[in-house]
Unconditional design. Structure first.
Length: 550
């Protein structure tokens, strides 16, 4: 008996010494390498991309993966020629429910998806409310809307639905702006870059380098209203714009109408409040989330929104360039406050350029940790001196939440020490084991699937919030109350991070509380429902309208 206990304890110690998030992409058949198409011309385009998406396209209960690909830039010879034709890829997750074994199969050709543009990001939602998740792909060039036919295939309905955009789109977001139950479409565009206006900017040492967005005109964003089959362009409502890279939806002013937050690279960020009169008003400056605490706009890339400090309201984090800090806007009563310094993320985040960002409870203690996908956009001169052909790679960051939104840099113990040019990141429980995993893409590099191997055995509960006639309910707020009275707030959402889409299910870590919980759901239109008691350590599929209302 003692021998078995000793072996078990040694196994736990061995696991504790491993990183908490371990890459198993290639072992599971998720083999994909992004190509940025660079030809030695140092274009700003090749530093951007590449997003990703978790999407249960076949609705079999596990998360499949969509990955966007780059393309050749200009007429020169690619410095990193691909081994196969370049196109986006769809991988089906063949999860064995009995053993928990996961294997991914490339089903791109079978799916009918033909996406060979210069890909930026992927957005998942059910735009036509037929119960099947659809896919909107942003590109440098024409975007594409792929309608899920429900039989394993997709059709390109971009032209028919009038949902396209031919500019440089990165972030997009399906969001019901007018509360008519149909998801409208926000498309954020970056800059007006072409090969004709391309410029090269020298580094401090005089060698060739990349230019920033300030040398190119900002591109206008686009807002499309879903009319039930086609979209109506109402972009005139967006009277301000910048070089946009990130976008999320939240009800910032608690008026039961979703607002829009846009992260702009080098320009002040925008908070479009959405009053009942249909006139969007930018209140980012007044609300304290346009610039940092020093009053300066930053190079905003990725953006995420959750209750990071457990005080019952939603906070925002935006990733930035190295030499800047990522900025954590903590929501107070009626405004946001830059609390980057007091939360403990400033010093470490200043050392790297962040793109993807995810608030995730990796250790299931009820506090949201923070993952940031890093990779520079300006040549790192130390790497240039050793003739690195793509001198932008940096290690990623993991900040562990020690309670009340106070973070410590746990990167060395939490994640494998890859030094890559990471861009997109999506959180999701792809193996359905009750802990959160991460899908991370790299510019000009391989995809990573970071499997959660944290050793603790804390309780958890998963919520799949659905509608009878549609796919998942997006942009609701879920509040779990444990037996001890602890309240945990999370968002039901798909789009977050940088050019990526996440698991639409909501996963709560419950710490040591293994008893039943109560759940309150606050829908974006103001309806509130109660569900429970709900048993932990499993997923619950809850249907809007089936709970109790006050």
């Amino acid at each position: 008996m003692m021998k078995h206990v000793l072996v078990a304890w040694m196994s736990v110690l061995a696991l504790a010494q491993e990183p908490w998030l371990i890459d198993q992409a290639s072992q599971m058949g998720l083999t994909f390498t992004h190509t940025n198409g660079m030809t030695g011309e140092w274009t700003i385009l090749e530093t951007m991309g590449s997003g990703c998406a978790f999407i249960d396209y076949d609705r079999d209960g596990d998360l499949d993966v969509y990955l966007v690909q780059g393309a050749k830039i200009g007429s020169g010879t690619m410095l990193f020629p691909p081994k196969s034709p370049l196109s986006d890829r769809l991988f089906r997750n063949d999860l064995d429910g009995a053993t928990g074994k996961v294997s991914f199969v490339d089903v791109t050709q079978k799916s009918g998806i033909s996406a060979a543009g210069y890909g930026m990001g992927a957005v998942v939602d059910d735009f036509d409310r037929d119960g099947w998740p659809d896919l909107y792909v942003t590109n440098y060039g024409p975007n594409q809307l792929w309608r899920n036919l429900g039989n394993g295939t997709f059709e390109d309905v971009t032209e028919r639905t009038k949902s396209g955009d031919d500019r440089w789109s990165v972030a997009a977001l399906f969001v019901d702006i007018n509360n008519d139950t149909l998801p409208d479409l926000l498309i954020t565009n970056y800059v007006e870059f072409t090969l004709e206006n391309h410029r090269i900017c020298p580094t401090k040492s005089g060698s060739k380098g990349y230019c920033g967005p300030s040398l190119y005109p900002d591109a206008r964003d686009r807002l499309l209203i879903n009319k039930g089959g086609t979209f109506e362009d109402v972009s005139q409502k967006l009277t301000e714009f910048g070089s946009a890279l990130g976008a999320i939806a939240l009800d910032a002013d608690r008026d039961n109408r979703l607002d829009l937050y846009i992260a702009n690279d080098g320009d002040p960020n925008i908070l479009w409040l959405n009053p009942n009169n249909g006139v969007l008003v930018n209140r980012a400056l007044e609300w304290g989330c346009a610039v940092n605490s020093r009053g300066a706009p930053e190079a905003s890339m990725g953006v995420a929104c959750e209750d990071s400090d457990g005080d019952g309201d939603l906070d925002i984090i935006v990733t930035h360039l190295s030499s800047e800090t990522h900025t954590l806007y903590s929501q107070q009563k009626g405004y946001f406050e830059d609390q980057t310094l007091s939360t403990g993320i400033a010093a470490s985040s200043r050392r790297a350029t962040g793109f993807g960002v995810n608030w995730i409870d990796v250790d299931r203690d009820g506090w949201l940790d923070l993952f940031i996908a890093n990779g520079n956009v300006y040549a790192i001169e130390e790497l240039q001196r050793v003739n690195d052909p793509y001198p932008l790679h940096q290690p990623n960051h993991f900040f562990q939440n020690k309670g009340s939104g106070k973070y410590v840099d746990a990167s060395q113990v939490a994640i494998e020490p890859f030094s890559e040019v990471s861009r997109g990141s999506a959180a999701g429980d792809f193996d359905n084991d009750g802990d959160i995993d991460l899908l991370v893409t790299n510019n000009n590099g391989p995809v990573r699937l970071l499997v959660n191997r944290h050793p603790n055995q804390y309780a958890w509960i998963g919520i799949a919030l659905c509608e009878e006639s549609a796919w998942y309910v997006m942009h609701a707020e879920l509040i779990v109350t444990t037996a001890s009275g602890r309240k945990l707030l999370r968002r039901a959402h798909s789009v977050s991070s940088y050019a990526s889409s996440e698991d639409p299910r909501v996963l709560f870590g419950l710490g040591e509380e293994h008893g039943p919980v109560q759940l309150e759901v606050r829908y974006s239109d103001g309806v509130v429902e109660q569900f429970g008691p709900l048993t932990p350590n499993r997923y619950h599929s809850l249907v809007r309208g089936k709970g109790t209302t006050e």
